[in-house]
Design a protein around this ligand. Sequence first.
Ligand code: PLP
Length: 365
Amino acid sequence: MKKISLNDLSRPVPEQEAIKAAILRVVERGWFIHGPELREFETEFAAYCGAPHAIGVANGTDAIELALRALGVTPGNDVIIAANAGMYSATAVRSIGATPVFADVDDHHLVLNAASVRAAATSRTRAVVVTHLYGRMADMTSLCAFAERAGIALIEDCAQAHGARQNGRVAGTWGDAGCFSFYPTKNLGAMGDAGMITCRDEGVASRLRRLRQYGWEEKYVSIEGPARNSRLDEMQAAILRVKLPLLDERNARRRQIARRYAATPCDGLRHPDVGGDDYVAHLYVVRTHARESLRQHLAEFGIVTDIHYPLLDTQQPVLKNHVAENLRLPVSEASVHQIVSLPCYPDMTNDEVERVCAALSEWTP
Ligand SMILES: *Cc1c(COP(=O)(O)O)cnc(C)c1O
């Protein structure tokens, strides 16, 4: 029985030849950093999102860090984040000396909503990072309204939600900044590390362009800091330019797989809500009180599963002494023991999808 893995990036894809040609173009040009490929990709990605500006950086975590900095978050400020989103935001917040403050998520979608953010906000709150977890967008209308009223910056973590749309508006264009990762397994993936920040404000965009490269206003003249070196290289930009036009089609395939799973009745298991353009099925995450039994059962059918994520940020060893002892996050704390990710990627065959459905329907907790 052939294994069904959680993801398989080695499968031949139709765009293979175009990618090889793009790489060759970069090699022959001999311009590897901050050249025409990045400039074009930034323009194309901004146009795709409907964002005034897009600034390429080295990865998704840097994108969050630099966005926080560009929006004026400084050491000692509090930044509200969810605790169930894989430690990426917490890492970025801590890297600039700000303090992550954890809010609980809503039970329906496992993402932050305005009520959860309001409950965590204090006078020290300077920003909120909203993670569109598993490819499901948070309720941006209410979150943006709250952030505006409270006078805090709103950053969207879109690393799992490329191309998701709510009320026709693309993820990354709702908040003050949208942060993207192009890690290879993301909905839009490079062949190495890469990231992007989208934003509306011209001043924020200029700050980001300086912050990603030593604070330079022009070559060798640093006017902004503390800055970083965080660049999206020409090879990755050229590859991403080939893949961006395929994003909607690949998201549609992801959604199709998710809908097929969701239509499979299974006792003792809670499917995610797969409706709407604001879910791009980055991960298909079910919830069950009998997680080990489900994983064991699927493993017997050759189906690989994973947990995204096994620890809340608040449970991470590195944060042990930084989380208030009386902090309670009931939904996050309950769901962390229940979540299981099933294989869901666009290059899966229908046979594989059906094998997962068949195995699911045979499971009894
Ligand atoms: C992958 C991911 C990141 C980090 O992206 P990197 O490019 O690996 O730094 C941030 N947030 C979320 C939600 C992610 O899934």
